[in-house]
Design a protein around this ligand. Structure first.
Ligand SMILES: *Cc1c(COP(=O)(O)O)cnc(C)c1O
Length: 400
């Protein structure tokens, strides 16, 4: 079967909730993926930053295989010998007292929402069921009904109401707007330190720091959704660290498993995360031994291969080189670490056609919204590989 055969089957039998590039991947290694027709591509999406460690990292694969032979799922009705070690290693690596494991990113965001609401009622003494959470315009936190309830993207919302109340949306990048939106019932402010899905939107310098100060002053928790920006992608363990901010609650996912398996978690200190009581929250697969073993190996790879430093160094070089590309289509190149965007001018005819051409030339990148091409390769990328890609990107961005 070739590419077209697979696509035909997929289109007939699968729901059409994605618009993928027409490449059918059958294997991958490091920064490279291979399609069923034998073509090789540089992966510049990394599954939305889930494969920061590179595809099929041998150390994570080993952990997965070894654990899969022993025990994969116990449920949390019983304990297992991997989860305690994941808790401890996450705590040592991030500096938070505790964590709560889930599977998808959206589930971890839901968990954070429940957590800050509980904190509001138990600690801040907000009247029951009156808690408010302040979020930012153009946010992306996942796809559940509660999460899309505070999305500002019509595509994510239309036809899916009624929505969950309790959210206040303010403009991203404007700390004063947050201060103005705070009421006695505000439980938390939840933000992405950089908005990935919105098109790699980097807020003004000092924004997160200012928001953190406002939260502290007003007895409001700061929740950082670091599902995409965290775990070394932007050149630090968490993107919040660029401004020396320590959010009260951090949500991680994606690269927590190096792309092998859905693993997510909420991190916080004991006075907050310790509020959950048995039975109040859970997940059959959350914290299972296979997930915990994979996550432990994924974290170890981030540390041992110093991937934060690599992301910083390679990202700086990649952005600098992209910025030097003379092209009539480019409006702006921006990025932090290896989370990089090339924003095209509105008259460029959309980012999709450039992504299609990049694909035909051996580079997989995906458009976000209409005019942004995201470049976010695995953090293990070498300078030589960036140098291989640059002429192709340069030529493509100079198409008529
Ligand atoms: C991907 C993402 C999510 C959702 O994660 P899923 O695993 O797809 O549910 C939430 N927040 C951010 C910032 C993300 O990038």
């Amino acid at each position: 079967m070739n590419t077209q055969d697979f696509i035909k089957i997929e289109e007939q039998y699968g729901a059409h909730n994605y618009h993928p590039l027409d490449v059918v991947i059958e294997k991958a290694e490091g920064v490279w993926v291979y399609d069923v027709d034998g073509n090789r591509y540089l992966d510049c999406l990394s599954a939305y930053s889930a494969v920061n460690q590179g595809h099929v990292h041998p150390e994570i694969l080993k952990a997965l295989l070894e654990q899969a032979k022993k025990v994969t799922l116990t449920s949390r009705a019983f304990r297992n010998d991997q989860l305690p070690l994941l808790y401890k290693e996450l705590s040592e690596m991030t500096g938070y007292d505790m964590s709560l494991p889930m599977n998808s990113g959206a589930e971890a965001v839901e968990t954070a929402i429940k957590l800050v609401r509980k904190w509001a009622y138990q600690v801040k003494k907000v009247p029951r069921h009156q808690a408010e959470i302040i979020v930012a315009g153009n946010n992306f936190h996942g796809r559940t009904v509660t999460i899309i309830s505070f999305s500002t993207e019509p595509l994510y919302r239309d036809d899916f109401g009624p929505f969950t109340p309790g959210f206040v949306v303010v403009k991203y990048g404007d700390a004063d707007a947050i201060e103005k939106a705070i009421t006695p019932n505000t439980a938390a402010v939840m933000l992405e330190p950089i908005q990935g899905e919105a098109g790699v939107i980097i807020p003004p310098d000092g924004y997160l720091k200012k928001v953190a100060d406002i939260c502290k002053k007003n007895n409001v928790l700061l929740v950082a959704d670091e599902i995409q920006t965290g775990l070394c992608r932007t050149g630090k363990l968490f993107a919040a660290h660029h401004e020396d901010v320590r959010p009260d609650v951090v949500v991680v996912g994606k690269a927590l498993s190096g792309g092998f398996y859905p693993v997510s978690a909420v991190l916080a200190d004991e006075p907050i995360l310790g509020l959950f009581a048995p039975g109040e929250h859970g997940s059959t697969f959350g914290g299972n031994p296979l997930a915990a073993a994979v996550a432990r190996a994924s974290l170890r790879v981030l540390r041992e291969e110093k991937l934060a430093e690599r992301a910083e160094k390679m990202g700086e070089y990649f952005v600098e080189q992209l910025s030097e590309i003379p092209s009539p289509h480019i409006k702006e190149v921006r990025g932090k670490g290896l989370l990089i965007a090339v924003e095209l001018k509105p008259e460029a005819g959309g980012a999709r056609r450039f992504c299609e051409t990049l694909k035909s030339r051996g580079i997989l990148a995906k458009e976000t919204h209409d005019n942004v091409i995201r470049f976010a390769p695995p953090l293990v990328i070498e300078k030589e590989t960036i140098d291989w890609a640059l002429p192709i990107i340069r030529e493509t961005l100079n198409m008529p």
